[in-house]
Structure formats: C-alpha cells, structure tokens
Design a protein around this ligand. Structure first.
Ligand code: HEC
Length: 141
C-alpha cells in the first residue's frame, strides 16, 4: 500500500498538479513543495488608468521618463511578461534600479498595464531637440 501511494505521489509531481490539490497534499503531509509566498499570484489584472499616477508616485518616471522613453534601458516597448516584470521590479539584481519589494502585486500589475499601454513609437531620447540642446550645453562646460 505504501509503495502504491508513493508511486501515485511521484506521478502527481510530474503531472503539474493544480494548486488546490497541491495544497491539500501538503496539508496531508505529501511531499509537494508549496509555491513560495512571494510568488505573484496568477490572474492579477492590471489597469493602465490606475497605473499612470502610480508610475509617477513611485518615481519610476524619474529614471525611466514619463513615457518610459529614457533611462537605460527604456521600458517601451515593454518586453517583459507581467509576471516577469513584477518579479524583476520587486528584486532587480542590479545596482541602478531600486528595490520595490514591498509594493503590492496589484500596484505593480497596474504600473505594468500603464507601461504596456504606451505606444512604442515614443521618441528616443536622442530625438528630443530640447533635451539635446541641454545635453550639448552640458558637454560644452
Ligand atoms: C533611481 C532610478 C530608477 C528608478 C526610480 C526606477 N528604475 Fe527601473 N531601472 C533603473 C535602471 C538603472 C535600470 C537598469 C538596471 C540594469 O539593467 O542594470 C532599470 C531597469 C528597469 C527594468 C528592466 C528593463 C529591462 O529591459 O531590463 C524595469 C522593468 C524597470 N526598471 C521598471 C521600473 C519601475 C516599474 C519603476 C517604478 C516602480 C522603476 N523602474 C524605477 C533605474 C530606476
């Protein structure tokens, strides 16, 4: 009987068990590992209208520009999936990008939706005349 159970369990592990069943197995002492609590829950839907002011209040614009057009790298066009974006912004393993680990998943999903809604033809920084003249003046000093 034990062997049969073990076989069923290892079969289940391979077969991507639905989360609810996995949870039940964990409670009953089955060997499946629960999803790490910081994993963004699937199925969160972002809202671009809510995301726009959040993009500003969380100061993303300060480095990435109001249209995601500045900074290295640009955020537009957005190449991340929502999940990848949330995971990155919460723990960017880099020096330049601040860590937003305590920002709620829903908030980041809204910010993602906003960035994703920006038309990808926002001009590259080099093509903005005023910015260029400011940069040239700085170089002249
Ligand atoms: C202090 C400046 C700064 C702020 C504020 C900032 N970022 Fe960044 N961000 C960076 C830098 C610098 C990088 C590039 C990091 C690297 O690759 O080394 C980056 C990278 C990223 C990337 C990865 C882009 C790619 O293609 O690899 C995403 C996504 C991102 N930021 C989103 C955000 C969001 C969303 C916010 C606001 C919640 C934000 N950033 C606020 C500086 C900033």
């Amino acid at each position: 009987m034990r062997k049969a159970l073990a076989r069923i369990r290892s079969g289940l592990k391979r077969a991507a068990v639905p989360a609810a069943l996995a949870g039940a197995l964990v409670l009953s002492g089955g060997g499946l590992t629960p999803a790490a609590p910081q994993d963004p829950p699937a199925g969160v839907t972002g809202n671009a209208e809510r995301g726009r002011p959040l993009f500003e209040s969380y100061k993303c614009y300060a480095c990435h520009g109001f249209e995601g057009e500045t900074g290295s790298p640009r955020l537009v066009p957005m190449t991340f999936t929502q999940e990848g974006f949330i995971a990155y912004v919460r723990s960017p393993r880099t020096q330049g990008m601040p860590n937003y680990s305590s920002v709620p998943v829903q908030t980041l999903a809204d910010i993602y939706a906003y960035i994703d809604s920006i038309p990808p033809d926002a001009p590259p920084a080099e093509s903005i005349p005023l910015l260029n003249s400011v940069l040239e003046e700085l170089e002249d000093d």
